[in-house]
Design a protein around this ligand. Sequence first.
Ligand SMILES: [Ca+2]
Ligand SMILES: [Ca+2]
Ligand SMILES: [Ca+2]
Ligand SMILES: [Ca+2]
Length: 297
Amino acid sequence: MMPILFGLLLLLTINCATAFEVRSIADVIPAINQPAVSLSLPDALPDAEVIQGKGKIKKAWLVFPTDRYDHAILGDGVEARGVRVELDTAQQLTFRLPDDSVFEDRYPRLVDLDNDGVEEIILVRSYLDRGAALMVLKITDGAIVRFAEADPIGLAHRWLNPVGVGDFDQDGQPELAVVITPHIGGILTLYKLVGDRLDPVFRMPGFSNHRIGSSELGQSAIIDFNQDGVPDMAVPAIGFHDLRIISVVNGALKEINRVAHSSPINTPVEVKDLDGDGDQDLTYGLIDGRRIQLILP
Ligand SMILES: [Ca+2]
Ligand SMILES: [Ca+2]
Ligand SMILES: [Ca+2]
Ligand SMILES: [Ca+2]
């Protein structure tokens, strides 16, 4: 089926530095970003998404399904007790959590956080009694080991959903962005690596990037929205009607733009070059069936 172009609805100019087109298209594009669910990998979580790495890690996926955490925020009560990677040597390494916690997640995120050329593994760990904490694992001496971790939220059944990683404050070090408690007044929180800890350094309320019971984790994204060479965060506001564009400005999180819709966002927020000019754009769908394209200059 060919997408039916309803045409350009409006051209927004929010400030003198940023002009972007909002295109609204009838959503005849099939649901996007469906996970490549692994049917054959041993020990895999039933809804695990296998992540393909670009460097030393070739594949990474969650393993050892368990029902020991009765939360089911991601659609079922089955979470992972471990994570496995396959290296470029075909060797497989496995990390297993102790009994106090699970990975309340669907896939690892692979990012080289310490700049040694090997990607670290970023996951949401949930403690049965204290809720979720962002966790980073590292491959060292042929094993996966704990590298850094944030404090858990503090209450059982409280969860967080990652947004992404970038040097948002331009200090040369990466920050890890998450939305803490995205269902009950989500707080965009940026962590920095400090020794073996992830310390929160920036916070801002008013976000959500996950719906209760959904297996979709990708409802927010990292993109250089205002084209200044610094990554920004595109995260829906609570209620999903608005997409908020957030940057670190003068040492604090600031909303630098906001795209409002009459219908809530209900798909992943995807970063793609939609107009073929070599620069990334954003696209997502709304509950009323429209597909939105934000074409950045
Ligand atoms: Ca690394
Ligand atoms: Ca930084
Ligand atoms: Ca930017
Ligand atoms: Ca483009």
